[in-house]
Ligand binder design. Structure first.
Ligand code: PMP
Length: 396
């Protein structure tokens, strides 16, 4: 029965991890994987999370199912985090939250919802985008299209993006990264968000905003600017949020699908359909991650600790971005790579070519994906001089 099954090559990132592990170069640097790293190269459990878990362990009384929409307390905590505490959208009861297994799970729910409730509509993603977007939407049976995002000089191609959005057929879905665009790190300014909203409104397009890095760019509220603007200006918005990065609970699979509708009644209709999609995929979401987030966000003391820790992570990344460019100054390359300091989030489209990436790996033990995307959290004050020197060598 399985004779015809072909083996497919493994994930490029996983291959990179394996190759990195085997590399014996003592100065090797891993800029490949997509998780936060501290200055020691670890991805630790946040203090607020540890404390929340201790409380949960002590107080937990049951492990019964939590329902297709997840724990109500989780939704009540995530909605104001994403949409703003005094959001008119929440005031009008236009938003529904469904706890999901990670941001990926929320994307899959969104994809299945679009496929079943909006048959024939296409989905538009930035070129490039997080590669999994392609698989998630096409496997749900939706036709995928791309709009430009980066130009040949490795800059945000906003004019190209806007021109493409203006040609999208009415009713199609447009995937936007709320902040910390993966893989490029190029984000829209507030003014650019305003222009995007106008086009979406004019063209009657449905935004699906992927919000996987809230708090990693400029701040929890600053990063939500686009999401909140869209939700307040448009009748309908889909938001997929993730707690993997900002709570550091990658393996607990904690995300949220937020559906914003025109009014409370339509929101309830949509919500009832989302429950079916969730039930058909996995029935109920895993409870633990949502319980951690809920425990933190409903407790002022834990929230304050969490915000502080998140600020530390964000500041570390943004400092490393500036220090990377600074380290390239002696080689006259600071202008060439200045974009790294301007980009936001965990990732950076450095502008390094695939050939340069290959050389960095073979000659210096520096690992990143061939697109030139680097995980900035893999930089450290110890490895920056080495990285800068290696980059200078492959630029000669
Ligand atoms: N969207 C984007 C843009 C991402 O980068 C990621 C994580 N790499 C996700 C969604 C999914 O996040 P999660 O791990 O919560 O499923």
């Amino acid at each position: 029965m399985f004779e015809h099954i072909e083996r497919v090559p493994g994930d490029a990132i996983l291959g990179l991890i394996e190759a990195f592990k085997k590399d014996t170069n003592p100065q090797k640097v891993d800029l490949g994987v997509g998780v936060y790293r501290d200055s020691q190269g670890n991805t630790p459990v946040m203090r607020a999370v540890k404390e929340a878990e201790a409380r949960l362990l002590k107080n937990e009384t049951t492990k019964t199912y939590i329902g297709s929409h997840g724990a109500p307390a989780y939704g009540e905590a995530v909605l104001p985090l994403v949409l703003g505490a005094s959001s008119p959208v929440l005031e009008a009861n236009r938003a529904s939250a469904t706890q999901s297994p990670g941001g990926t799970g929320a994307l899959r729910l969104a994809a299945d919802f679009v496929a079943s409730q909006m048959p024939g509509k296409g989905i538009w993603v930035s070129d490039p985008t997080w590669p999994n977007h392609h698989g998630i939407f096409t496997s749900a049976g939706i036709k995928l299209h791309k709009y430009p995002y980066v130009d040949a000089d490795n800059r945000l191609d906003f004019a190209g993006m806007l021109a493409a959005l203006k040609k999208i057929p009415e009713g199609d879905v447009v995937v936007l990264h709320a902040c910390c665009h993966n893989p490029t790190g190029f984000d829209l300014s507030n003014e650019q968000w305003q222009e995007v909203v106008e086009v979406l409104q004019d063209r009657k397009l449905l935004p699906l905003v992927d919000f996987a890095y809230q708090g990693f760019g400029e701040g929890l509220d600053e990063d939500a600017y686009g999401v909140r603007l869209l939700s307040e200006k448009l009748d309908e918005v889909i938001i997929t949020s993730s707690c993997s990065k900002n709570f550091g609970i990658y393996c607990e699979r904690t995300g949220c699908l937020i559906m914003v509708a025109r009014n409370a009644e339509q929101m309830e209709n949509v919500r009832s359909q989302v429950a079916i999609v969730a039930r058909e995929n996995y029935s109920n979401p895993p409870a633990h991650g949502g319980a951690i987030v809920s425990e933190i966000l409903h407790d002022a003391e834990l929230s304050a600790i969490w915000r502080e820790e998140l600020t530390e992570m964000r500041d570390r990344i943004n400092t490393l971005r500036r220090d990377f460019v600074e380290a390239l100054k002696p080689y006259g390359l600071d202008q060439k790579y200045a974009c790294v300091a301007e980009q936001r989030g965990m990732f950076s489209y450095t502008g390094l070519t695939p050939e340069q990436v290959d050389r960095l790996r073979a000659e210096f033990g520096i690992y990143m994906v061939r697109s030139g995307r680097a995980n900035v959290a893999g930089f450290s004050h110890e490895n920056l001089p080495y990285l800068a020197k290696a980059i200078a060598m492959v630029n000669e």
